[in-house]
Structures are given as C-alpha cells and as structure tokens.
Design a protein. Structure first.
Length: 353
C-alpha cells in the first residue's frame, strides 16, 4: 500500500491510502531504520512521493521512476538486494563492498556509478570521503551507502519542494553538483592552510610546522586518491550513449567533471606548496643545526689546548713545578688565558668566524 504525499499517484489514477506513512515530505527520514534510508517515486516534474518497504514491494516499472536509497550494511537491505531486487550478482557485490573507488561501468541491464563526497559527519575528517554506490535502470534508481551523506539529504529536500531530479540523468547531475559544492570549502581551507604555512616559515616560526605540513599533505593525498578516478568516472559517464541521459544532463556532468579537474589542479598546487614548505623547513633546520655545530666546533677548538694544558698539569707525579710556590696557580691561569687568546687569534686568522 502507498501513502499519498502531495499530488503524486500511480499512473492508473488510483488514490493511495494515507494510513501507512504519516511522515511529512519535508521531514528527514530516520537514518538506518529497517535498512531503508529513503525511497521516492519521482513524478517527472521535480517532485515525488516518499515510499516505504511495502510500497517498494508493490512498485512496477509502469508506475514511474523509483529511487531507493539503502544502508547496505543493514541485514534488511542485504536481503532485499539478494532476494527481491533482481540485480545481477556482480552488481550486488559492488554495491555492498566495504571498499570502493569512484567508477562508471555500463552493463547490459543498467549503469553502475560510484561517487564520493567529503565526510561532513560530526567528528569525522573531511578527507575520509563517503562513498555512494548507484545502480540505474530504465525505470529504477538504487543507491547504497553506509555513512550519512549530506548531498543525499539535499536531493530529498529538493524533491519535497518540487525542484528535485526528473530523470536518471538529472539525478546524477544534481547529486554530482551537491558533491562538488561541498568539496569547495574543503579545497579552499586547504589552500588557506598552505598559504599560512608559507607565511609562518617567512616569519621564522618553525615550532609544530613539520607535523602541520605532514597533516596537510596527508589530507591532499587522501582527497586526490578519490578525486582523480571520480573525474574519470564523470568524464566517462557524460560520454555514454544512453536514452535517459539528456543533453542538459551531459552538459552538467561535463561541468562537474571540469570542476573536479580544477579541484585536482588545486590539490596539485597545494601539494607543491607543502613540498616547497617542507624543503624550506628542512633547510632551515639544517642551517640551524650547522650553525650550532659550528659554534661548538669553535668552542672545542679553543678549549682543546686548554684541556691539554690542565690535563698535563693535573698529573699526580713527583717533580711538578710550582707545588710549593704560592703564585703558581695565578701563573697557570695567566698561561691558560694566553693559550686561549692565541687559539682565538689563530681561528680568526683562518677566518672561522
């Protein structure tokens, strides 16, 4: 049974009863409840109707385009994918795998697309990118995730307002735009961090710079690990000959791929900046060490003959001169000053300092 939310109904004109689901369309669905994060029947005009498990079981292709979004780690989702979805075994395995990289693969029965977005969940690192796996057929979209993704919430909100996707192509375009939009702040913050590191090096501040530079480079490496294949996947996606992929969707996907390319170029620039900063910091630390070793070498050169003199006069054998002379100590001190002065004069003569 289906719940009527808004004006959407089945194509056959039947009115859906409203007792099954009283959740307003504008209210975010509860996460990971029964494995179904959200599901919508798209009306083709930018709106849609939220569905539940029973509604999904009643759906048929002639009812319209359906979007099913699952938490693939939930047993109910796994059972539905294995027993009721009718999806190929290889596709099911990709949709539920623990590790995945962005990709785009065309199968005889549909299109498999994997994209990633920055992790904006509380306490998470943005570079720990969240994966969303999408299977698109002629009348059905199935997406899977494990961790929350704000871009999916944006799609739901737009559907509830009537400005959401109208087809599979616009679904991919809107999702890609949402993913790219949230990456912008992360890339910009990394650029600011790289500039700040350079300024601190100029200000002769080293302190914790080594660890901060390493952290920045680690973030860049993690982001680039997924953005590079994501760019390739988007390029491949917009080049595919698919009936439901309109020219407008292709243009939008191409712009998303270009924006991803610009992000990659920005990450490359940040990587180069941090590399230069790392080398400059290493050079500074090397120079500081060399200066300190240089000072120690001068001190050692001055005190080496003094050490020999005091060691020679400190031997405890008979015949040592000045044992019974009350001014012998002051004579030795004067001799030490003379030897030290001569050592400094020789070092100066050799231009050690």
């Amino acid at each position: 049974m289906l719940t009527e939310i808004g004006r959407v109904g089945w194509p056959d004109g039947k009115r859906m009863p409203d007792e099954m689901n009283d959740t307003p369309a504008t209210q975010a669905p509860s996460d990971n409840e029964n494995g179904l994060v959200t599901a919508w029947l798209l009306d083709g005009q930018g709106g849609g109707q939220r569905l539940g498990w029973e509604d999904i079981a009643d759906w048929r292709p002639d009812h319209g385009l359906i979007w099913i979004h699952l938490d693939y780690s939930h047993p109910n989702s796994l059972r539905w994918l294995d027993e009721e979805s009718g999806i190929d075994r290889i596709v099911r395995r990709v949709l539920t795998s623990d590790e995945s990289r962005p990709r785009c693969e065309l199968f005889e029965s549909g299109l498999l697309t994997i994209l990633r977005g920055v992790n904006l969940n509380p306490g998470a690192d943005p570079e720990d990118m969240v994966s969303v796996r999408i299977w698109l057929e002629e009348r059905r979209i199935i997406s899977c995730r494990h961790r929350r993704l704000a871009s999916i919430a944006d799609l739901q909100e737009r559907l509830s307002k009537g400005t959401g996707p109208r087809s599979q192509g616009s679904f991919l375009a809107q999702l890609g735009e949402n993913l790219v939009k949230r990456m912008d702040d992360v890339i910009e913050s990394l650029e600011d961090a790289a500039l700040a590191l350079e300024e601190r090096l100029t200000d002769h501040e080293s302190g914790s710079l080594r660890s901060e530079i390493s952290d920045t480079r680690r973030i860049v490496i993690h982001l680039r690990r997924y953005l590079a294949p994501q760019r390739d996947a988007l390029k491949r996606l917009q080049a595919l000959e698919l009936d439901w992929l309109s020219s407008d969707a292709r243009s939008r996907l191409n712009e998303i791929a270009d924006q991803t390319q610009r992000y990659l170029e920005g990450l490359d620039a940040i990587r180069d900046q941090t590399q230069v900063a790392q080398e400059e910091l290493t050079q500074k630390l090397t120079e500081q060490t060399e200066r300190r070793m240089y000072v120690l070498a001068i001190i050692t050169s001055v005190f080496l003959p003094l050490g020999f003199l005091t060691g020679l006069l400190g031997i405890n054998v008979g015949g040592m001169p000045g044992i019974d002379n009350p001014i012998a100590f002051w004579v030795v001190c004067l001799l030490a000053l003379v030897v030290g002065g001569i050592s400094l004069w020789l070092l100066r003569l050799m231009r050690w300092f």
